[in-house]
Design a protein around this ligand. Structure first.
Ligand SMILES: [Zn+2]
Length: 202
């Protein structure tokens, strides 16, 4: 399986949400966890393309330094799944893990469920569920099942600490969510193949 990992935002042009008290930027948290997820997935033999960029779909052409658009790269590389990693932010009180998808009922929802379940059980974060956000570029400009994971809230002090001190636990949970999704898919394929071959030959 080919996995496209997109840590959110960009260290140079768009830090994402910031926890001023801790001097913690979303782009750095996402990059750190993303690199670790890549290592874990490669250890179990998956192909990974990691790309962090402010240029999601050519909206950053005007910048001095830009590379190809994230969504174009994922489509061109023929990724089987697309996973974008982000930190949420609200009022300092809100907390928990949620996943955003283009629409319910498909593989993206299964992938989102697998990743969210692994994060919430390994880190004991609140499960805020899976939400439809069709307007998000990374969800509608990609041609494969895509999930944007809001791992935890960077402006909620206990979760900000989790995101740094337990970065490796987040990474392992996300990697396991992805491999759970892969086994669930192949089990489904095997089950339907079995049903097919089990038919009596007349
Ligand atoms: Zn973000």
């Amino acid at each position: 399986m080919r996995v496209f990992l997109n840590p959110g935002h960009d260290p140079l042009y768009d830090s994402g949400a910031v926890n001023d008290a801790l001097g913690l930027r979303e782009c750095d948290v996402a990059a750190d966890i993303g690199e670790r997820v890549k290592l874990y997935l490669e250890l179990v033999g998956l192909e990974v393309f990691l790309m962090q960029s402010d240029n999601l779909a050519w909206e950053s052409r005007h910048l001095e330094r830009w590379n190809a658009a994230v969504t174009d790269e994922a489509n061109r590389w023929r990724a089987d799944i697309f996973v974008s990693l982000h930190c949420n932010a609200a009022d300092g009180e809100a907390h928990g893990t949620e996943s955003l998808i283009y629409a319910r009922g498909g593989r993206a929802e299964r992938l989102a469920r697998a990743i969210t379940w692994q994060i919430t059980t390994s880190l004991d974060t609140t499960d805020r569920g899976i939400k439809e956000r069709p307007e998000l570029i990374v969800l509608h400009a990609t041609t494969m099942p895509a999930v944007l994971v809001e791992m935890a809230f960077i402006d909620h002090l206990p979760e900000a600490k989790l995101l740094t001190e337990k970065a490796d636990v987040f990474a392992r949970a996300i990697a396991r969510g992805i491999t759970d999704y892969e086994s669930e898919l192949s089990a489904g394929v095997a089950a339907s193949a079995e049903a097919w071959t089990a038919r009596p030959i007349e």
